[in-house]
Design a protein around this ligand. Structure first.
Ligand code: URA
Length: 235
């Protein structure tokens, strides 16, 4: 089995992140640092180590969390901020990591797993998994801005056209908008708002594919159902 595939399978990181770890010389096989991604290993015979610890195949875990504000989407933080892992670690002993990111001040749907291949299916744009966001903007969205977003705009050289964009409610002063995208670029919705001159007041992710946070309070989580797991796996 290829080394990066094995790392992802054992839940060390997504396939792409595993490749980075290998290139950075952080993985040893039978005591030797291996920096070649396609390196072939035999999971039954070879000793693969990361940070000096033997990597073992673990049971796969898939959960969805309703991320509260002011939590960082990472497994640790050098600034000592609370991480999404702090919300689950008392119940789940396996090392999980978030499949994709939500900003510190963004709330909502976040999938955590120890299955790197699965995480790739959520994060990589080629799998076209839809991420649905609700956002509140300051004031009203003018027709020309809505049309511009609907038709697609360039963000960092990439053409982004939402699958869906619509006004959900018109509050007294501010509009609540729904946007569905398949790209996974960091801070994408904030960049889109900035590009057309919308002031974002808050941002929440409602769902990833068929997985939603319906019924989950902030900070609560649940295991994915078999149907939800298969929805991503068969991509
Ligand atoms: N887009 C953003 O700007 N932030 C998020 O957290 C998610 C999508």
């Amino acid at each position: 089995m290829r080394l990066q595939k094995y790392l992802a399978y054992c839940g060390i990181a997504s396939r792409r992140k595993s490749e980075e770890l290998i290139k950075q010389g952080k993985i040893t096989v039978n005591g030797k640092i291996i920096t070649e991604c396609g390196y072939d290993i035999n999971p039954e015979k070879d000793y693969v180590k990361y940070k000096g610890k033997l990597i073992k195949i673990e049971n796969k875990i898939y959960i969805v969390l309703n991320k509260p504000r002011n939590y960082i989407c990472s497994t640790s933080d050098e600034k000592g901020r609370k991480t999404v892992i702090d919300l689950i670690k008392f119940k789940i002993k396996q090392r999980l990591y978030p499949a994709g990111r939500l900003d510190f001040d963004t709330t909502g749907c976040l999938i955590l797993t120890n299955d790197g291949e699965f995480a790739d299916k959520i994060m990589h744009p080629k799998y076209e998994v839809e991420k649905r966001y609700t956002l509140k903007i300051k004031g009203r969205i003018e027709d020309n801005k809505l049309t511009k977003l609907k038709n697609g705009i360039k963000i960092e050289g990439k053409f982004i056209k939402p699958k869906v964009i619509k006004i959900l409610f018109r509050k007294e002063k501010n509009d609540i908008i729904s946007i569905t995208v398949t790209e996974g670029m960091n801070h994408l919705i904030k960049k889109m708002c900035k590009e057309v001159g919308l002031e974002l007041l808050w941002l929440k992710r409602e769902s990833i594919g068929i997985v939603s946070i319906k019924g989950l309070e902030y900070g609560d989580w649940r295991f994915l159902t078999p149907d939800e797991i298969n929805y991503f796996k068969r991509r």
